[in-house]
Design a protein around this ligand. Structure first.
Ligand code: SER
Length: 316
């Protein structure tokens, strides 16, 4: 089947890097990037169609599905954890109403495959936080996490009730250099590289003992594409798959950055995001993803640091 792909949240952290990968695979014209408020880069404008739409407005998404004869959707748009705590109503409306609109349209237009991102934020303080199992307690304490659990269940419901082929991943913190960090709790693991290159120092907003699961963007893009290309019978989880690459403490991260940037120093001044970080797992059991559709990661912390520093230095 020729894929005609719509990607919402195109200008966000994952969209900005997933879209070039999808365009390389399927052709620029077949991948419709949909942004909202943020301006796209020239790369987006020149490498394929770019549209502006608000996913909480069903008619706007509907007209794009019709206009481009869409059969595949990556619905990436979402308000992240830290912003979600400041604006819980906005997080609910964007994360839930937007998803419900896309699920309903996917059924109406017989969309062949739909991807929606979940997160480690679906877990909470009552979850076993070390080597967190695929199937476990889901009692998040952030609005972002609440929308992720509700969203996962909604996706599974549409699969069971309507046979919609919807697939999802519980992303860990994703580290990347193309877009500046934007409103998440795992942002410190991105911001540290920006500040290391620009200022030679970083003031980290979580304590040095904080350990969270993380992944490099190249691996996140690879996992997403691999999941979406897997044969439907391989997909045995219709809520969202656990996914991880490496876990490290904020101190280990800072020490590793110091190996790559001479003279780098890091201080630790925890703020309100520490509480969110404490409610999330320190490591994840993603063996189901590895068994079902062959997931394996490539980047460890040292490779991540090397690549981040090189790219941020070259793109200053
Ligand atoms: N990276 C996200 C956040 O920190 C978690 O999915 O909000």
């Amino acid at each position: 089947m020729e894929r005609r792909i719509l990607v919402t949240g195109a200008v966000g952290q994952i969209g900005s890097e997933l879209i070039p990968a999808l365009r390389a695979k399927h052709g620029g014209e077949n991948v419709i990037a949909v942004g909202h408020k943020k301006e796209p880069t020239e790369e987006f404008r020149s490498s394929g169609p770019y549209e502006t739409a608000d996913t909480t407005d069903k008619e706007e998404i509907k007209s794009l599905i019709e206009k481009y004869d869409i059969n595949t959707i990556y619905h990436l748009v979402g308000v992240l954890s830290a912003v979600g705590e400041k604006k819980p109503d906005l997080a609910w409306s964007v994360n839930m109403d937007g998803l419900k609109n896309v699920l309903d349209l996917a059924v109406e237009y017989k969309i062949d495959r739909l991807f929606w991102p979940s997160s480690i934020a679906a877990f909470g303080p009552t979850t076993p936080l070390e080597n967190t199992p695929q199937r476990t307690v889901l009692e998040p304490t952030t609005m972002y996490g609440v929308t992720k659990v509700a969203g996962e269940l909604l996706c599974q419901y549409y699969f069971v009730k309507y046979g919609l082929d919807v697939r999802s991943l519980r992303y860990p913190g994703v580290i990347s250099w193309k877009t500046p960090p934007g409103g998440g709790t795992t942002d410190y693991a991105v911001a540290i590289y920006y500040d290391a290159v620009q200022k030679g120092s970083y003031d980290c907003f979580v304590g040095e003992e904080t350990v969270l699961p993380m992944m490099y963007m190249d691996d996140a893009v690879q996992a997403t594409i691999q999941l979406m290309e897997a044969e439907p019978e391989k997909i045995t989880v219709r809520t969202a798959y656990n996914l991880t690459a490496v876990s490290f403490s904020a101190k280990e991260l800072a020490d590793n950055v110091a190996k790559h940037v001479d003279g780098f120093t890091c201080t630790f001044t925890p703020d309100e995001r520490q509480k969110i970080a404490n409610s999330w797992p320190s490591s994840i059991d993603d063996s189901k993803a590895r068994e079902d559709w062959g997931w394996s990661h490539k980047f460890g912390l040292d490779e991540i640091s090397g690549d981040m520093i090189t790219n941020l230095t070259n793109n200053q």
